[in-house]
Design a protein around this ligand. Structure first.
Ligand code: GDP
Ligand code: MG
Ligand code: ZN
Length: 289
């Protein structure tokens, strides 16, 4: 049997990329009987032109429907549309919870340098790449950051996802087909598709998915404990609070709020944490309503 990756799923037909090329396949009947839906990103075994078996998944998202996401690229901007930090932090917390690696991409820096965004997210412990699709600044760095991985690009409509992806694929003219596909706007259609970027040296294929916007990106309702775990910069301090069950919002002797006061934890991140925690506590207390 041949191993491959599903790069496109439409009307029960799967396009599978294998070492020997790309095949259009039908799923084995067993999947439907078992209530299993093969997804874009799934590693599969093919029997001829039939998707025969799914290999174990790293993770799975319902929106966009995709498996095996290795990296989530969260795009943010200080130019229009100005990114709401809470919405960005919600996406970040969700990605942390799913165990995906995260890169924050600050877009449109030719219009707004957005040093503050760079500062806040670097200080919080994330990789941050500042780019301009117009001048090309930062694109080579971003290309390296996503190399050999399957990356979902998420961010507000208009933040520059498609522009950045177009600019990336044209960095290496060896694969014009990707940019043609992207350029035609096929990524805006309703089916989910992995685009393969022209290879660098690593040999491993680099796949990207362009989501239609934050609203289309799955966010799970985290529990209060999960919210605390999803803010990585809290961990350094949370063990030093006076109370073992400190929630790091108003408690006396809280090492986290002290760190916020000292500027070691960005204020906007702590504000997002508090708001997300409150929402999670509300969900928990109304669970049985
Ligand atoms: N000045 C400037 N404009 C950009 C940049 N990236 C995207 N844009 C513009 O922002 C608008 C939205 O971009 P688009 O890629 O469609 O955003 P998407 O909705 O996230 O895919 C378009 O008018 C782009 O030309 C950039 O780096 N600099
Ligand atoms: Mg777009
Ligand atoms: Zn605390």
């Amino acid at each position: 049997m041949t191993e491959g990756t599903i790069v496109r799923a439409m009307s029960g037909t799967y396009t599978v990329r294998t070492g020997a090329g790309t095949l259009v396949c039908k799923p084995r009947g067993k999947f439907r009987l078992d209530g299993v839906t093969p997804l874009v990103g799934d590693r599969v075994l093919l029997n001829g032109a039939t998707v025969w078996e799914l290999l174990p998944r790293l993770n799975v998202f319902a929106r966009p429907p995709v498996a095996n996401v290795e990296l989530i690229a969260l795009l943010a901007s200080r130019a229009i549309p100005v990114t709401d930090p809470y919405v960005l932090d919600l996406m970040i917390a969700n990605a942390e919870h799913k165990g995906c690696a995260i890169v924050v991409i600050v877009t449109k820096i030719d219009l707004e340098p957005a040093d503050e965004l760079y500062e806040v997210y670097t200080r919080a412990g994330f990789d941050v790449v500042c780019v301009s699709a117009v001048t090309g600044t930062g694109l080579a760095e971003l290309r390296l950051a996503i190399d050999g991985k399957l990356t979902v690009f998420a961010g507000d409509s208009g933040v520059g996802k498609s522009s950045v992806l177009n600019a990336l694929s044209e960095l290496n003219l060896a694969v014009g087909s990707v940019s043609r596909k992207l350029g035609r706007g096929r990524h805006t259609t309703r089916h989910t598709e992995l685009f393969e970027l022209p290879a660098l040296d690593s040999g491993k294929p680099t796949y990207v998915i362009d989501t239609a916007g934050f609203s289309k990106f799955q966010v799970d309702g985290l529990t209060p404990d999960e919210v605390a775990d999803a803010f990585r910069e809290l961990e350094r301090f949370s063990g030093q609070c006076r109370f073992a069950d400190c929630k790091h919002v108003h408690e006396p002797g809280c090492a986290v709020t002290d760190a916020v006061e000292r500027g070691e934890i960005p204020r906007s991140r702590h504000a997002s944490y508090s708001r997300m925690l409150e929402a999670a506590q509300f969900r928990q207390s109304h669970k049985y309503d």
